[in-house]
Design a protein around this ligand. Structure first.
Ligand SMILES: NC(=O)c1ccc[n+]([C@@H]2O[C@H](COP(=O)([O-])OP(=O)(O)OC[C@H]3O[C@@H](n4cnc5c(N)ncnc54)[C@H](OP(=O)(O)O)[C@@H]3O)[C@@H](O)[C@H]2O)c1
Length: 277
């Protein structure tokens, strides 16, 4: 069932934002609306309260081809075009690689990776026809360096890094640009929605507990998602979209930079100390 509310006009730039019921996606959608975009977007939950008039809620499940198609059809019937796509829908699974059943691992990819693929595939014909568009994918710094006990989450975000790099080569001839945004820690619903899989008798339980405590502490002390929202607005109107940008606390952005120049073994040693492994 697709639920819709809000206003529409063809006079302004049109944005579609996935994962716009909470956290980063909601902050991005609000910031775009504040900046004058005509914003459409949503998630599976009902519309958040107090949406600005130029933010139309479109219920969308990125794991469903039909839901994504219906949402796109609706947006195009109302706005006629989409100038900016922001893919923010996502969630995290944590636990040891050995302990997480295959279907859970697959569900992580179905939302975080194939959820992006579904929406991008659904929108590219429109962007090609309108001879332009911008695609911003929300990755993670966990897509730059494997996080302990978040292997499937990290892998889904690593996959997006390659996806965006390949996409850029294919679509530039149609005046379509793409960028991956790698957030560090932001205070969102992400920590509360994380699926934790630690079976009774797991050989990894003690280490997992130590690591997840550090990770959740960092997340709950992370930045205000509105900072990312405003950064995405500036990015969306940049002269050209870069391949990637990192947003978030300075220390985490520094860690991503250090990861690039430090030998693998040194960086791994640093993470082992940081996560008490
Ligand atoms: N918070 C951080 O520190 C952080 C850091 C790096 C990267 N990220 C990434 O930022 C993105 C947003 O996460 P967040 O931190 O804002 O977490 P959040 O507050 O939990 O928001 C997640 C959003 O994703 C949506 N979503 C989840 N499954 C979906 C599905 N099947 N179909 C459609 N929408 C779905 C949720 O909507 P419904 O529940 O309504 O479906 C919600 O709007 C994610 O991709 C996450 O990996 C977050």
């Amino acid at each position: 069932m697709v639920a819709y509310m809000g206003e529409h006009t063809n006079l302004r730039k049109v944005a579609f934002v996935t994962g716009a019921t909470s956290g980063l996606g909601l902050a991005i959608a609000r910031s775009l609306a504040e900046a004058g975009y005509l914003v459409y977007g949503g998630g599976r939950r009902p519309a958040p309260s107090d949406l600005p008039a130029n933010f139309t809620y479109v219920q969308t499940d990125v794991t469903s081809d039909e839901s994504v198609r219906k949402s796109m059809d609706y947006v195009l019937s109302m706005a006629g075009r989409v100038d900016l796509l922001v893919c923010a829908a996502g969630f995290g699974i944590s636990g040891a690689i050995e302990d997480i059943p295959m279907e859970e691992a697959a569900s992580q990819f179905d939302v975080n990776f194939f959820g992006v693929v579904r929406v991008v595939q659904a929108l590219l014909p429109t962007m090609r026809r309108q001879k332009g568009g911008r695609i911003i994918i929300i990755g993670s710094i966990a897509g730059k360096t494997g996080m302990p006990f978040q292997a499937y989450y990290s892998a889904s975000k690593f996959a997006l890094e390659g996806f965006v790099e390949s996409l850029r080569y294919e679509v530039s001839a149609f005046n379509i640009e793409a960028c991956i945004v790698e957030p560090g820690d932001f205070r969102t619903g992400f920590t509360g929605s994380r699926k934790k899989i630690v079976p009774d008798g797991s050989a990894y339980r003690d280490k997992y507990k130590k690591v997840i405590a550090v990770q959740e502490h960092d997340e709950t002390h992370g930045m205000d998602p509105l900072v990312a929202g405003r950064r995405i607005v500036r990015l969306a109107s940049a002269r050209r979209l870069p391949v990637r940008i990192t947003v978030g606390p300075l220390f985490e952005r520094f860690a991503v930079w250090v990861r690039r120049i430090l030998p693998d073994g040194w960086f791994e040693a640093f993470y082992r100390i940081y996560y008490k492994l």
